[in-house]
Structures are given as C-alpha cells and as structure tokens.
Design a protein around this ligand. Structure first.
Ligand code: GLU
Length: 370
C-alpha cells in the first residue's frame, strides 16, 4: 500500500453547487466526504481545497448575480465560508473524521517566515490525522496579492507540502482539444507530459460556469506549477469524487499531467512558487546555457534587457532570447542598477556604479530553473 502519500484535492464551486439555483449539491459533497474519509483510512494524507464561500454566501443572501466589486465579493465570502464549513463539519463528523479550516492569502506565501509556518502547521495537522480544508482568506486578500482562483492556491499548497498528487475536480470529465459543451467533436486528452505543447493544441476558453472563477486556463497553469514541483496532477469530474480511488488504482480517468523532477529544497520551491516576480530579465543564449547546462550563477554580461521595477533581494523571471521564462531568482541588484550594468563585465561594475557590489546578479543558490 502506498503509505503516507499526500493528496491535495481541489473542488470548485461549479461542482459544489447546483448550476442554476446555486443551492449546495449535497449528494456530491457527501460523496466527496465519504471518499476523502476512506482515503484517510487507507493511509493517505489528505488536504481539501474547497471553493464555494462566495457561491454559498450569494445564495444565503439571495443575490441574483455574481458580486462584481472586490469588497462585495469579500463580504459575500464571509457569509458563505462559515456555512460551508458547517456543512463539511457535520458530514465529516458523522464519519468520525476531524477537519480544520485553513484560510490563506497570496501574501502569506510571499513572506518566507509565513511560508515556513504554514508548512509546519500542515505537517502537524496531517500527523494528527486531520483533513485541512483550505480556501482563500477572501476577506483580507487585496487585489494585487490575491490567488483569485483556487486552482492556483491548490497548486501552491501542493508544492508547499510536497504532495504526491493534486486532483482538480471540475465540471468536465477531462481536458479536451476544445470546450466539449460547445464542440461535441472535441478530442479527449488522457495524459500530458509536455504542458507547453498541449497548451498550443487546446482551445481552453477562459472561464467556467457563472458560479465559480476558474476555467481550463487556470487549471493548466495550476498543473504547470504543481508538476514542476514534482506533483502528479489530474483534472477530473467533481460529480464523481469516488473516481479519485480508481485513479489512484491506475484507471485512466480524467487528464493526468505527469510530474517533472522536483525543484529540490523548500527554499527553492519558495523562490519558484511562493514569491511574486516583480520584473523580467532577458538573457543572451550564452547566459541561458551557463545557468541551465552548467548550473552557473547569472552575471551582468549575459543580460540584454531589464523590465519592471524591483529592489535587491526581490524575485524576477529570467527569459531566454525568445522571451520564454527559463528560471526565477532573487536579484542582488535593483532594476535601476541593472539597467546600468546589463551587458557589462563584472570587473567593470564598481566603476559604473561607483561602489563594489555583488559579483553575481543572481547567485546560483538563489536561482531556480523551470
Ligand atoms: N475563494 C472563492 C470561494 O470560496 C473561490 C475561488 C474559486 O472559485 O476558485 O468562493
């Protein structure tokens, strides 16, 4: 038996609520609760990421349309979150399974100390046999630092806790070459090893139902994040949560994204997924090869262009000459200094800047290849 494998299961509002009335889809929720409790009994560590606060709050308040402003959305989520947890707690309790509520914001992942604390809390909860139920802390999240959709949140949690699997439960049974609701001849996609290639083939559209926020784009982005952290990711239908058991036994249900070799230590995963990059540094081919093939640090000489405003110690994306992101890292120089020293040899930097700065623009210990 695969002991102590860790699973993150994300369920969207479209699966948790009735598409027209917005009322809770009780049979789906009950089946989800049964499945997750069974997985716990089998020895899996289970984390649930559940949307639905805004949807449930909206029904509770009798709002006919989706809240448009951030403040209304936040107020509605505050009404719905408690209701939602009450339903989960009643159902899980009847099966003897303890749950915990964890509300996170994007900002919590940016601060290294918070990131480490969240990770430690999850370890404790999982060791206690609890199923943490996560949602975005909608009330306090700000426009600039929001996940906005729980697909991204679940992928970052899966990376943080080094999960083995991420299940994205949604209102279609798998990924198709086009939206199967409007294109009946759309081709199903069973397994994906190269996400970039699939993204080119697939017409993903940008939003799901009117009750949730995610669409296939956010799911594919989530799969990119999770698989790069070594997490096998599955898109499958939320109406049949018991399929998770079958998928774990090897049945080809849904679309599976194969895991890539993991990024490595927790600090590097934080640089890659926790931080919000504030700029882009474009590299020449020589610098791309030096950092990718030889594992070297980044020097000013290989930089061709700098975009964005950032300070020393902040995170940036590194792009190849075609503009594709190849790595992320923490810079030793701010954007203003980098504009002055880009393309220059390291020995000339003190003269250009008037002081002796770091020898590297990004040290290899602070650089993560993607
Ligand atoms: N946090 C939002 C909610 O609970 C959901 C975000 C999403 O749908 O992905 O309603």
């Amino acid at each position: 038996m695969p002991t102590l494998q860790t699973l993150v299961i994300k369920i969207g509002t479209s699966s948790l609520t009735h598409p027209v009335t917005g009322q809770l889809a009780l049979s789906t929720i009950a089946s989800l609760v049964e499945t997750l409790s069974e997985l716990r009994h089998m020895g899996y560590q289970v984390v649930l990421v559940s949307s639905g606060a805004v949807g449930v709050g909206r029904t509770r308040l009798g709002l006919k349309t989706r809240p448009k402003t951030l403040s209304l959305k936040q107020a509605v989520a505050a009404v719905g979150q408690g209701r939602l947890m009450r339903v989960y707690d009643d159902l899980f309790s009847s099966l003897g399974q303890t749950i915990a509520q964890v509300l996170l914001t994007r900002r919590d992942f940016v601060q290294r100390s918070c990131y480490v604390n969240i990770s430690n809390t999850f370890q404790e909860l999982l060791q206690l046999g609890v199923i943490p139920i996560i949602n975005e802390n909608d009330t306090v999240s700000t426009e600039e630092l929001r996940f906005g959709d729980n697909d991204s949140l679940s992928a970052m949690v899966a990376s943080l806790i080094e999960a083995d699997w991420l299940f994205l439960l949604t209102d279609v049974d798998r990924l198709y070459s086009a939206d199967p609701r409007s294109h009946p001849d759309a081709e199903p996609i069973i397994s994906v090893s190269d996400i970039a290639a699939v993204t080119e083939q697939v017409e993903v559209g940008d939003s799901g139902s009117s009750w949730g926020t995610g669409g296939m784009v956010t799911k594919i982005n989530a799969a990119t994040t999770a698989t790069s952290a070594g997490v096998r990711t599955v898109i499958t239908e939320g109406k049949y949560p018991q399929n998770i058991l079958k998928i774990l036994q090897g049945e080809a249900i849904g679309t599976q994204f194969l895991p890539q070799p993991s990024i490595g230590n927790a600090r590097k995963r934080w640089i890659a997924h926790g931080l919000v990059p504030l700029g882009k540094i474009y590299l020449d081919q020589g610098a791309v090869q030096a950092i990718i093939d030889k594992g070297k640090s980044l020097l000013a000489a290989g930089i061709t262009k700098v975009e964005g405003e950032f300070l020393p110690g902040e995170a940036v994306q590194l792009c190849d000459p075609l503009g594709e992101e190849v790595a992320r890292g923490l810079v030793n120089y701010g954007s203003e200094e980098l504009q002055q020293i880009q393309g220059q040899r390291s020995i000339d930097i003190p003269q250009i800047l008037g002081y002796m700065g770091a020898e590297t623009v990004i040290h290899r210990d602070n650089l993560v290849l993607l």
